[in-house]
Design a protein around this ligand. Structure first.
Ligand SMILES: C[S@@+](CC[C@H](N)C(=O)[O-])C[C@H]1O[C@@H](n2cnc3c(N)ncnc32)[C@H](O)[C@@H]1O
Length: 230
């Protein structure tokens, strides 16, 4: 761990002052049960290879970067980042996801800090991450905006937020992602989500996705790279 960096916050606890209001009709426990069930099988639902947009974006991160992976599921992205020599913390609401992430890390011979937490209640700290990664996390608008604003604060100056998730145009396609319109934003809705950050990359459109059994085929996604102002 580099000495010049402030300590990363403990991520396992939720912040009671930020209650999960504003949209999701699922209580956190129900949400965790849904995802635990999905991750019950020994196979990895989204595969064990990292998301390819993340791979392309992470090339510019210096080795040893301190990275937080939001809603990391079964760990394919955090484990890949750790294999690149980064210091990685991951959170997900599903215990079974955390367990499989730790197994994947063990098999790869790397260490990750994997915690169970509801990101809508997560305090990611202040100015302590070189990068925060959000891949296929679909939240209702209120909790999503609030989380992104907290993450903007949690990036160190110059740090970067890397986001990809399905967009409104994905509704009804059947190649992956939620079936609720409220969880599938337009690109324009996202652009104000990271106060104090510059949007370096924005994309809305179709691309071919092959990730495990559940993300398969042409999908309409939003991508954002937001960098905290120095
Ligand atoms: C489609 S999966 C993507 C997993 C991972 N990011 C990947 O790309 O493989 C969505 C993940 O979001 C997690 N998730 C959904 N809502 C969450 C919340 N409020 N807090 C933490 N994790 C959440 C789920 O448990 C699930 O692992």
């Amino acid at each position: 761990m580099s000495e010049h960096k402030p300590a990363a916050p403990a991520l396992s606890g939720a912040t009671p002052e930020v209650p999960p209001k504003g949209g999701s009709d699922r209580a956190p426990r129900q949400l965790a049960e849904f995802w635990n069930q999905r991750y019950e099988a020994p196979e990895y639902a989204y595969g064990t290879e990292p998301n390819d947009f993340l791979v392309a974006q992470a090339e510019s991160l210096p080795p040893g970067s301190r990275i937080l992976c939001l809603a990391d599921g079964e760990g394919r992205n955090s484990v890949w980042l750790a294999r690149q020599g980064h210091q990685v913390s991951a959170v997900d609401i599903a215990e079974r996801g955390r367990d499989k992430a730790l197994k994947l890390a063990g098999e790869a011979g790397v260490a990750i800090d994997a915690q169970v937490a509801d990101v809508t209640r997560l305090d990611p700290g202040s100015a302590c991450w070189d990068a925060i990664v959000s891949i296929f996390l679909h939240l209702p608008p209120g909790p999503r905006r609030a989380l992104h604003a907290r993450c903007a604060q949690a990036l160190r100056p110059g740090g970067v937020f890397i986001y990809e998730a399905y967009a409104s145009g994905q509704l009804g396609r059947g190649t992956g992602g939620p079936r609720e319109a409220a969880l599938l934003p337009e690109l324009e809705e996202l652009l104000e989500d990271w106060p104090g950050c510059r949007i370096e990359h924005r994309f809305n459109g179709e691309r071919l996705i092959r990730e495990g059994q559940l993300h398969q085929g042409a999908g309409v996604v939003n991508q954002i790279v937001a960098r905290r102002n120095p």
